[in-house]
Design a protein around this ligand. Structure first.
Ligand SMILES: N[C@@H](CCC(=O)N[C@@H](CS)C(=O)NCC(=O)O)C(=O)O
Length: 165
């Protein structure tokens, strides 16, 4: 069955999904969507993910978008145990993951950072903006690395962030 990750090396959202695919020991093909070359705006990619964002994962006869939803799908269908059973633990791992995926990530996205760079007349760059946010976020989320070590959806969101920034 076709298993293709539409992927870009510097995408932290795609990186999350690569971690989950590797935890599941799944063999997958990688199809490079070069963001700097605007491949994600190409009609052929928009046909796969109308949002025009990486990653997109072709799996089980469907093309899935949204990295956290993909990770939850993989966890449920490949029995990875990335989402705790207990509601309070589930809340905790989701809350920490969402801090990265929903608060920090969107404003540091390529299209947004290019716009901010342009509007600020090149005074604000992606590097200065997102590394400051990461430090602040780490301080607020005390104990984050302990949870990440246990192996949960938190690991997929936390680890790629400083690596790709
Ligand atoms: N919430 C989405 C975010 C996906 C996303 O923002 N991907 C970035 C790369 S990390 C992208 O494709 N950016 C292209 C752009 O901003 O034009 C997810 O988690 O999959």
């Amino acid at each position: 069955m076709e298993l293709i990750l539409h992927d870009y090396w510097r995408s932290s959202a795609a990186y999350r999904v690569r971690i989950a695919l590797n935890l599941a020991a799944l063999n997958y093909e990688r199809s490079v969507v070069d963001l700097l070359n605007a491949d994600h705006k190409d009609e052929s990619f928009i046909a796969l993910n109308p949002q025009g964002l990486v990653p997109a994962l072709a799996i089980d006869g469907h093309v899935l978008s949204q990295s956290l939803a993909i990770i939850e799908y993989l966890s449920e269908t490949r029995n990875l145990g990335l989402i705790p059973d207990h509601p309070m633990e589930r809340w905790r791992v989701r809350a920490i993951s969402y801090c990265i995926a929903m608060e920090i990530h969107p404003i540091c996205n390529l299209s947004v950072s290019q716009l901010v760079h342009e509007l600020s007349e090149r005074k604000i760059s992606i590097k200065s903006g997102c590394m400051n946010l990461f430090r602040r976020d780490s301080l607020q989320l005390n104990g984050i690395w302990v949870i990440a070590k246990l192996g949960s959806i938190v690991m997929e969101t936390q680890y790629p962030w400083p690596m790709c920034a």
